[in-house]
Design a protein around this ligand. Sequence first.
Ligand SMILES: *Cc1c(COP(=O)(O)O)cnc(C)c1O
Length: 374
Amino acid sequence: MKTIPFIDLKAQYQALREPIQNQIQKVLEHGQFIMGPEVEEIERRLSQFAGVKHTIACASGTDAAVMAMMAMGIGPGDEVICPAFSFIATAETVVLVGATPVYVDVDPTTYNLDVHALEKALSPKTKAIQPVSLYGQVADMDEINAFADKHGLMVLEDAAQSFGATYKGKRSCNLSTAAVTSFFPAKPLGCYGDGGAAFTNDDQLADAMKEVRNHGQKTRYYHTRIGINGRLDTLQCAILLPKLERFPWELEQRSRRADRFNKAFAELESWGVQLPKLGTERTSAWAQYTLQVPKRDAFQKGMQEKGIPTAVHYPRTMPDQPAYQELGRTLNIEVSRRLADAVVSLPLYPDMTDDIQDYIVDGVLNHFAKESNR
Ligand SMILES: *Cc1c(COP(=O)(O)O)cnc(C)c1O
């Protein structure tokens, strides 16, 4: 039996070993561990890559969202509309700034915020919409932005899983008032620890986010806002530099692997398996390759026996989490709850070989062939 990693970061490191070690060495020599020159350099390169005016590197995706919301002036008494089906940080950050999450349902094919649900979620307290680009695919941003414009709302893209994705020829993180991403090691663009970034084309908002990142200080020891310590270590920025250079190739590999899975699994749709689907005019960063399967427990157990790791993103909706049940407003989230019981992700990473992918494909196909013979 093979053992396949869910994500293979070792293979990626082998490919980038020398430039990464050189970058780390450089930082160790100059010793500017906080806000060193590599911070500005990666911010500039990330801005270039995403086509956005400002990038503010920070300590995690979670900090990026807190920072963005603090800079946007979102706080107690304000409501933020978000999809019920996401990683907890989406709602957590709204609660952390003192605002109220309002949960709407997601689209059953793209798993992203259902724009038809926005009207019902709206209240006089609504201040912003926080769509999530789940599994690497951007939500229906044109419709979301149009709704936001009509009602004077801000839009914050939770792009923790979608850095590198495109929507109508533009990159994720360049599609709304502001956006945030994560460089957690397992995300499409990961560093070697926690990290993240916020993005905006708005000069004032960028200045505000930079201040919030550094204890709300405008100039040294002069604090014009309440802030946090949200800085990203120089070392992590140095590691991201060579990783970003390889990133376009990695995005292509992710797409290629996803297409290959989709072709191999096409016949499974008649067994009640739903394959990932992209909305029109967009590409995914393929943070996850996620299926909906009947009898998920049996599927995961069958895969485990073959040495194929699987993961569930996510087994519960956010408002159904114990700490969140009393917080926020929840609209109809039927689809989100159904997804929480049916989704399962397979390994997908840029350095996956044909051999490994073929082994996974055979394992999955054999499982359903056996199921259907019972
Ligand atoms: C990972 C993730 C975050 C949080 O990012 P961290 O860097 O882990 O703090 C937020 N939202 C979503 C959708 C995520 O997947």
